[in-house]
Design a binder for this molecule. Structure first.
Ligand code: HEC
Ligand code: HEC
Ligand code: HEC
Length: 355
């Protein structure tokens, strides 16, 4: 009886509308403390099941910084700019994150950024099946306390300016430039490679491949919490123009890999002959110079990026794209050593000449 009376009373209060849901009215201090306590307990408990990888790789930090500027700074502010005044009126208002890495453990930050926080406006990661991307944000949050405005800009933005005339049809220059400036922060422009080796080089990729990749990110078939928010802003025409731009750029020489000849030779074998014993076809059949324009080229591509993609497929990640349906079963036949050899070969300048 007591239970039923309780349920009816709660319903009656809710139905009457006396509880004020206005964000402007704030919480009573004890309610706020209680909510915070509940949130902390919940995050701590679930973070026990998480193990952080190494987070001191500067390439991870740079990728995290570039995304932070696009996906987080308008709510949380950054060393370069304060948050949008609109978000001050949220309840709770998004806090500055400069102290968060001291208050929370890495695994706890990961839980918060991947899953978000109910009833607060803190969103979960756009592609929940990509924990590897979330770690780049945690690597960045750990660096954040040491960053002043200049150091932050250096990490999050592109150093070079975009030349207005590069690869563009004149009538498109204005709109394309804006977007190339955005893309260039991560992918580089005419004369710069991506600033993080975890970001793919787009220079000289077939236009058809670039267009379909951008459409797949936009529709969510290819899952990335970093690329989806970017691609969602693009209409078909902009996608065409940006693809034209990057397809027209010369492949920039790779900076990496000297003196690893044995590994490169092994990678060359896999690239040219595949692994016939387990039915893996030669990589260059689909990735060489003369392969289909809907397939990506690998020569000069960043080794760390390629390793990441191959491991995702191998560990069971499936994008809903026709390309992934072709590539995932191949990746599942590759050992760690095969992957290292193949990507070292493709990343090396040797591959560019030899294909
Ligand atoms: C729409 C606004 C919004 C966006 C965008 C947003 N957040 Fe938040 N975030 C919040 C709010 C609001 C809270 C406060 C939650 C609370 O107090 O329980 C929060 C809390 C957090 C916290 C916990 C902070 C602490 O010290 O308690 C972290 C860490 C965090 N956000 C990281 C991020 C990252 C990284 C991104 C970008 C990927 C991001 N947030 C994007 C609104 C946002
Ligand atoms: C915050 C960094 C960032 C920005 C800004 C960004 N990208 Fe990306 N881009 C990435 C990352 C990281 C990936 C790899 C995502 C994945 O794992 O699938 C990627 C992947 C891509 C791919 C697929 C390439 C391949 O080889 O598979 C294309 C095409 C692309 N981006 C185009 C663009 C364009 C065009 C813009 C500008 C409108 C842009 N990106 C802006 C980080 C970024
Ligand atoms: C039968 C054709 C085929 C073969 C053979 C093949 N691939 Fe792929 N590969 C693809 C397709 C298609 C994609 C694009 C997947 C997508 O759209 O997401 C791809 C993507 C990739 C990517 C990601 C590139 C990027 O820019 O995003 C890597 C790395 C890769 N393959 C490595 C290899 C290696 C190493 C081999 C040889 C062991 C190989 N592939 C053999 C078809 C193939």
């Amino acid at each position: 009886v007591a239970l039923s009376v309780g349920v009816v009373a709660v319903f009656a209060v809710t139905w009457s509308g006396v509880y004020n849901v206005a964000a402007s009215s704030g919480h009573w201090p004890f309610v706020e403390a209680f909510l915070r306590f509940g949130m902390r307990q919940s995050v701590e408990l679930r973070a026990m099941a998480v193990t952080a990888p190494r987070l001191d790789d500067p390439h991870l930090v740079r990728l995290g910084a570039a995304h932070f500027e696009i996906g987080c700074a308008f709510c949380h502010g950054s060393p370069a700019e304060s948050a949008s005044p609109v978000t001050d009126m949220m309840l709770p208002a998004p806090p500055s994150l400069s102290g968060s890495a001291r208050v929370w453990k890495d695994e706890e930050l990961f839980r918060i950024v991947r899953h978000g926080i109910k009833y607060t406006g803190m969103p979960g990661w756009v592609a929940i099946e990509r924990p590897d991307e979330v770690w780049s944000l945690i690597a960045f949050l750990k660096r954040l306390p040491d960053l002043d405005a200049a150091a932050y800009r250096e990490l999050a933005f592109d150093r070079s300016k975009v030349p207005a005339e590069a690869g563009e049809r004149p009538q498109d220059a204005a709109t394309t430039k804006v977007n190339v400036e955005l893309c260039g922060r991560c992918h580089g422009v005419a004369d710069t490679r991506p600033k993080s080796t975890l970001v793919p080089l787009l220079h000289g990729q077939p236009k058809e491949f670039l267009v379909s990749a951008l459409r797949n990110y936009r529709s969510g078939q290819r899952r990335s919490g970093i690329m989806k928010p970017v691609a969602a802003q693009l209409d078909d025409q902009e996608i065409e123009r940006l693809a034209d731009y990057y397809a027209g750029l010369a492949v920039l020489p790779a900076e990496e890999r000297k003196g690893r000849n044995e590994l490169i030779a092994r990678g060359r074998d896999i690239a040219r002959y595949g692994k016939p014993s387990v039915g893996v076809p030669p990589c260059i059949a689909c990735h060489g110079r003369d392969a289909l324009a809907s397939y990506p080229r690998l020569s000069g591509q960043n080794a760390a990026y390629m390793t990441g993609q191959l491991r995702l497929w191998r560990d069971g990640h499936n994008d809903a794209t026709p390309g992934a349906a072709v590539m995932a079963p191949i990746a599942r036949q590759l050992s760690d050593q095969d992957i290292e050899a193949a990507v070292t070969y493709f990343a090396s300048s040797d591959a560019r000449k030899g294909q």
